[in-house]
Design a binder for this molecule. Structure first.
Ligand SMILES: O=P(O)(O)OC[C@H]1O[C@H](OP(=O)(O)OP(=O)(O)O)[C@H](O)[C@@H]1O
Ligand code: HPA
Ligand SMILES: [Mg+2]
Length: 183
């Protein structure tokens, strides 16, 4: 389904487009029930969360708001540096608001544990996390994720927003990147 030169870079498709969309619909129903009658601000973490945010937001039937933050800790490698830096901050004031962070993946957990602390310190009424993927075997810190899509093995994955050196973000599925690409 992908161009031949992309197929050659992938070991296997781990989560298909259909599985992602079914899961996001399921999570959206839970989110709608949990925040019924409340205002909700979705905070997407650029750039990886763009696809999850776009599809999750369109699954949600009530009125919601969206804002974006860009943080980066990976650079061009496959290991988190552990140092999270804000590349773009939110435009919104979080005081008194219900905030749901939308992420593509929890790998070491360093990005989200840092972000959770950062957003909680801004006076939000609540801050929760929705992440499409999590690698339980890669955790360096535990992150309390309320809405989780899939637990996946500890392998480097790409697609559906996830990149390696800024490539593969546009793939529709989540796939394992072949080691020959990065080693
Ligand atoms: O749990 P961790 O080990 O911290 O890894 C997860 C984070 O790493 C990736 O983002 P990255 O910093 O590479 O930037 P990007 O979203 O622009 O790809 C991914 O999108 C998560 O935000
Ligand atoms: O497995 C991954 N793939 C792409 N980006 C990532 N950022 C953290 N883990 C990953
Ligand atoms: Mg990211």
């Amino acid at each position: 389904m992908y161009a031949n030169e992309i197929e050659a870079d992938l070991t296997e498709v781990l989560v298909t487009e259909a599985e992602i969309h079914a899961k996001l619909a399921e999570l959206a129903r839970r989110i709608e029930a949990d925040y019924e009658g409340e205002d909700l601000l979705l905070v997407g973490v650029l750039k990886g969360a763009v696809m999850v945010m776009a599809d999750l937001a369109r699954e949600l039937r009530p009125h919601i708001n969206m804002d974006w933050m860009a943080v980066s800790s990976y650079g061009a490698g496959t290991q988190s540096s552990g140092v999270v830096r804000i590349v773009k901050d939110l435009d919104s004031d979080l005081t008194g608001r219900h905030v749901l962070i939308v992420e593509d993946i929890i790998d070491s957990g360093l990005t989200l544990s840092w972000l959770l602390g950062n957003l909680e310190s801004r006076g939000a009424k609540s801050v929760e996390i929705c992440a499409l993927l999590r690698k339980p075997d890669a955790a360096k810190v535990e992150v309390d994720v309320k809405y989780l899509g899939f637990d996946i093995p500890n392998q480097f994955v790409v697609g559906y927003g996830l990149d390696f050196a800024e490539n593969y973000r546009n793939l529709r599925d989540v796939a394992i990147l072949a080691p020959h690409v990065y080693s």
